[in-house]
Design a protein around this ligand. Structure first.
Ligand code: LRH
Ligand code: MN
Ligand code: MN
Length: 389
């Protein structure tokens, strides 16, 4: 039987993937949402589905919430519900992009009334964190402009900084602000936080509790994401990942499906930068939608893809790599990395799971569990994953 090297097992144990509540509801494109039978009807059922991903992978112990999609009366009750199911509530995602008021922006809107409303929502999300014990507030702004001259680019940055400062000052000692950037969409001319440099500049101005989120689908094609990761880790400002795959834009497909080599390169930088350790504060989250595939298996497959790339990254022979690099051995150094990437780690991961008392094949184990049939029978009239809600 395959033995798992101790350093690889330690890294895999440290690799906890956080799943998003919105992955379990119906989703689609602006052309069509294909409803699936058995999808959750409320946040409690979303958490229950998320718990299945952890049950079969052992690697997904927390679930991110999105407010107001996951707004409930009693957050203490939802927190307890998660604990009863063996998981916990994770990052709180703010949503200042779905009200009619936000057509011209939220915290960067020219009208102070709209800015106040948006900032108040961000503050409400910190209240939710207090109630759930979540330590991280994730902010993504759809704010931007479509036409040159539409608004003052610099004034919008000032308004953004002002809102971020107010929310930052409201954070508790153990709470962080995670700022996510996105190149385009929904705005097509300027986004107010379009890239890691803008996010980083705001985080530096705010203070140590502000860190950057790298959503792998939020860059121009061809962007070297692992370079961004290395740079942010070096500066101590990589807060979290939103993992997903893309072929064209913000496709939100399963992580590791479009370009497993890119995922490996990103995770290699995470290993080098000390982010795949028990002490690391970098959160590895999924931000995906499963428009045409079943959702819980889609999440299980995604967690497995992250684990496979993590195992490969942990298998890189760092001594050999350093020796080749310092000798200027270009081909040798590249070969060390490719040797790890080309390793079939599936037997290693099966052995790792067995050591943890899990089924070596999470996809088959979930399929055999009967959970999918049970939710189809139990749940009637599931909701859309926020986007249309
Ligand atoms: C924006 C985004 C952001 C949102 C999520 C639903 O495209 O990546 O993280 O909160 O999608
Ligand atoms: Mn995201
Ligand atoms: Mn996105």
């Amino acid at each position: 039987m395959t033995t798992v090297p101790e350093h690889v097992a330690a890294g895999l144990r440290a690799m906890e993937v956080e799943v998003p509540s919105w992955a379990y509801g119906n989703s689609g494109t602006r052309f069509k949402v294909f409803a699936q039978a058995g999808v959750p009807r409320d946040p409690y059922e979303k958490v229950a589905d998320a718990a299945q991903v952890h049950r079969f992978t052992g690697a997904a112990p927390s679930v991110s919430l999105h407010i107001p999609w996951d707004r409930v009366e009693d957050y203490g009750k939802l927190t307890q519900h998660a604990e009863d199911l063996g998981v916990r509530l994770g990052v709180i995602n703010a949503n200042v992009f779905q009200d009619d008021d936000y057509m011209l922006g939220s915290v960067t809107h020219p009208d102070p009334r709209v800015r106040r409303k948006a900032t108040d929502h961000l503050l409400e999300c910190v209240d939710v964190m207090d109630a759930t014990g979540s330590t991280d507030l994730k902010l993504w702004f759809s704010d931007g402009t479509n036409y040159p001259g539409q608004d003052d680019i610099r004034a919008r940055q000032d308004r953004l900084a002002e809102a971020l400062r107010e929310v930052y000052d409201r954070l508790g000692d153990d709470q962080r602000m995670l700022l996510e950037y996105k190149l385009f969409e929904p705005a097509f001319y300027t986004m107010d936080v379009p890239d890691w440099g803008t996010a980083f500049a705001h985080c530096i101005a705010l203070g140590e509790k502000a860190e950057v989120v790298v959503d792998t689908g939020h860059h121009a094609p061809g962007t070297n994401i692992e370079f961004i990761v290395a740079t942010l880790l070096r500066a101590g400002r990589l807060g979290a990942f939103d993992f997903n795959s893309r072929f064209y834009a913000d496709d939100d497909l399963m992580v590791g499906s479009a370009d497993p080599f890119q995922l490996f390169r990103i995770l290699h930088e995470c290993v080098v930068g000390g982010a795949v350790t028990a002490e690391s504060t970098v959160r590895f989250m999924l931000d995906q939608c499963h428009n045409i595939e079943p959702k819980i298996p889609g999440q299980i497959r995604s967690v497995m893809n992250v684990q496979e790339s993590t195992a490969k990254a942990l298998l890189v022979d760092h001594d050999a790599l350093a020796a080749a690099q310092s000798a200027g051995d270009v081909l040798g150094a590249n070969a060390v990395l490719m040797d790890a990437f080309d390793t079939d780690v599936r037997p290693l991961l099966a052995a790792f799971r067995e050591e943890q008392g899990l089924d070596p094949d999470p996809m088959a184990a979930y399929a055999a569990s009967g959970y999918a049939d049970a939710i189809v029978a139990d749940r009637v009239g599931g909701t859309q994953a926020g986007w249309g809600a």
